[in-house]
Design a protein around this ligand. Structure first.
Ligand SMILES: *Cc1c(COP(=O)(O)O)cnc(C)c1O
Length: 493
């Protein structure tokens, strides 16, 4: 299997190269040259496998430089670090509605599904390419990605990771998770300011020739753990296929019946993986893209115009507070008939004018598969309360956005539906408590305790002992000091 860039189809690379490069030199994203098809004999095998085997099987269809056994080893290590028996259990809520819990990993958010695999895929890809340099991962985070990336890369040979977060832009629980991070090759530092300040400072280092030269002297090459990397997207395809197998095995559906998925969406990575699973032959009916008050994708699927000229809204589902959904480029590429020139022109327009549009024909075709909906803060709170009162199911604000969109779409849809759940509710205990009880407690540990007494929902292991863990990183710097910080750290490691 080869990979091509969405902006230049003549740029052809191997899977290992796509993973090591992350992004194509023309600024495009790597996509598989074609989608491998799941045949009857594949399904027969998949139905009998456990999650790690299914993950390795699906990955081996895309990454043919790796053997199934190699990939199985990585999957066993990655998903062996999850708590509970099943890395991504499917919970039945009512007759036709299921919740796919993707947050049983070390940081209690769905990013773990991919970020526990990426370090294995990246280091093995480097070995295959005989690239012996060390890789320094730099990430700016608004909370979930940074923690999951550090957890994934901790103590991985030949890698180091530095995470920057905005000093006043993450929740207490998220900060606590980061500053207590263990591992000899990890480091996290707060930047005075908001997420944009942290993000732009990191971007500046990535484009600084001076920094690259200095880092090369110390034996480092920069890379990112961003969700546009194929090594992050590929592991996500597996859980859509696996949850379909689980539904068949539990006799909830007949093999071949179509299932809908509702996905809480930010950067468009998670739902794109569902689309890829469909293209491989998974019987999927509709893919419903759920947004919070930052409804740029809802508007796009309604009008065919992607318009970034809008106010950024801070919500209680911060991992979906996104105006530019980078992975949408891969979908635009598919629906344009894989037209690389057109995709490049649209992305140029996005950069220069802040907006672009697709044709009516393309929009019609997309709407044949994709549904859309959005949910504001009040709707999010109501959905958390409704699912708890009605079904005894406690969900986090991101999942609640999807659940609310499903509730509104359910009358028109007659197929079984899976609501994709992306974070454990105890990651956002104050907001969830307020939604369920009407009472506010801003101290996250106190809020978690009250929530646990009230709902009897279990606090997950990785969050439970957080207040007892040793604080390792307390540094706060100005964004102008970030270059010095990185070079200093790189020279010592
Ligand atoms: C990252 C994230 C999302 C959004 O996923 P995308 O792949 O960016 O669309 C949703 N919920 C949670 C909890 C997340 O961390």
């Amino acid at each position: 299997m080869k990979y091509i860039s969405t902006r230049d189809a003549k740029r052809v690379v191997s899977g290992a190269q796509a993973i090591v490069e992350g992004i194509a030199p023309d600024g495009g994203l790597y996509v598989p040259e074609s989608f491998p098809a799941l045949k009857a004999e594949d399904w027969k095998k998949l139905l009998e496998m456990d999650y790690t085997e299914r993950a390795a099987y699906v990955l081996s269809m895309y990454l043919d430089e790796f053997t199934y056994e190699e990939l199985l080893g990585y999957a066993k290590d990655a998903y062996g670090r999850f708590y509970g028996e099943d890395p991504c259990p499917l919970v039945k809520v009512d007759d036709r509605q299921y919740v796919l819990e993707l947050w049983h990993g070390p940081t209690c958010a769905f990013k773990d599904m991919a970020l526990t695999m990426l370090p294995h895929l990246l280091t093995a890809s480097k070995r295959k390419l005989r690239d012996e340099g060390r890789t320094l991962i730099l990430t700016a985070t608004s909370g979930d990605t940074g923690k999951a990336a550090m957890e994934g890369f901790r103590d991985v040979e030949g890698t180091g990771i530095i995470v920057f977060y905005p000093s006043d832009g993450v929740s207490d629980m998220q900060r606590r998770q980061m500053i207590t991070q263990e591992g000899d090759n990890v480091c996290v530092c707060a930047i005075r300011g908001n997420f944009d300040d942290a993000q732009s400072a990191v971007k500046r280092i990535f484009t600084s020739k001076q920094a690259a030269e200095k880092l090369a002297e110390y034996g480092w090459k920069l890379s990112s753990a961003n969700s546009i990397n194929w090594g992050r997207l590929a592991p996500q395809i597996a859980y859509y296929i696996s949850s379909y197998c689980d539904l068949v095995n539990a006799e909830e559906i007949e093999d071949g019946d179509k299932v809908d998925f509702v996905v809480p969406t930010g950067n468009f990575g998670d739902i794109l993986a569902a689309y890829y699973a469909m293209r491989m032959g998974t019987p999927i009916g509709r893919l419903i893209c759920a947004s919070n008050s930052n409804r740029v994708l809802t508007d796009f699927f309604e009008t065919g115009v992607y318009d970034t000229h809008r106010k950024f809204v801070e919500t209680m589902s911060p991992s979906m507070d996104i105006i530019i959904s980078s992975n949408l480029e891969r979908l635009i590429f598919e629906y344009s008939g894989r037209n690389d020139k057109l995709t490049a022109a649209r992305m140029d327009e996005l950069k220069s004018k802040g907006k672009y549009s697709v044709t009516e024909e393309e929009l019609k075709n997309m709407r044949g598969v994709f549904g859309m909906g959005c949910c504001d803060e009040e709707g999010t709170r109501c959905a958390i309360k409704y699912y708890f009162d009605e079904y005894g199911y406690l969900m986090d604000p991101h999942t609640a956005v999807a659940a609310d969109v499903y509730k509104n779409a359910a009358e028109e849809e007659d197929k079984p539906c899976v609501v994709v759940s992306t974070a454990n509710p105890y990651k956002f205990p104050s907001d969830v408590l307020e939604a369920v009880s009407g009472k506010r407690e801003d101290d996250p540990y106190k809020a978690a305790k009250i929530l646990c007494e009230l709902t009897a929902a279990e606090i997950p292991e990785p969050l439970n002992d957080l207040d007892k863990k040793q604080v390792r990183f307390t540094q706060v710097i100005d964004k102008s000091e970030i270059d010095k910080f990185v070079l200093d750290r790189a020279s010592r490691a």
